[in-house]
Design a protein around this ligand. Sequence first.
Ligand code: DQA
Length: 140
Amino acid sequence: MKKLIIINGPNLNLLGKREPEIYGSLSFTEFLDEIKAQYNDISIDYFQSNVEGEIINKLHEVGFNHDGIVLNAAAYTHTSVGIGDAVAAIETPVVEVHISNTFDREEFRHQSYVAPHAKGVIVGFGLQSYELAIQSFIKK
Ligand code: DQA
C-alpha cells in the first residue's frame, strides 16, 4: 500500500473558520475524512503544525519512509529557508500545494522556498489542490 502524508503549516488548523471567502468553509478534518474514504487503497497520514521547526522535524521523520508528501507550508512557504532546505534534504518527493492562487495575491506570496525542491506545485484549486497532489502520486 502506498504511504502518503499531508503536512499543513501555520493557521491551516483554522480552515473552515479562517477567511472563508479565500479558504472555504469546510474544516480540514471533514475534507480529510472524505479523501480517505475515496482513496481507501492508499494510506494518508496527516500532520499540522504552527511551528516551523516541528514541520522540519516531521519532514525528516517521514522523508525516507513515505512514498509522497503533500506539503502546504502556508506562510512559511514564502519565508522559510529551513523548510526549503529540509525538502531538498529528504528522499521522498514533495508536491507543494496551496488552496488559494498565491499568484493572484500579494507580491510576497509569489516567492516560494519550497518550489525549487518540489516535484511539482499545485496552486489555487481550493481544497481540491490536495486531491490533485494525491492523484499525482498514484496516477502513472
Ligand atoms: C496558503 C497561501 C499562503 O500564502 C498563506 O500564507 C496560507 C495559505 C494557501 O493554501 O492558499 O496560509 O498556503
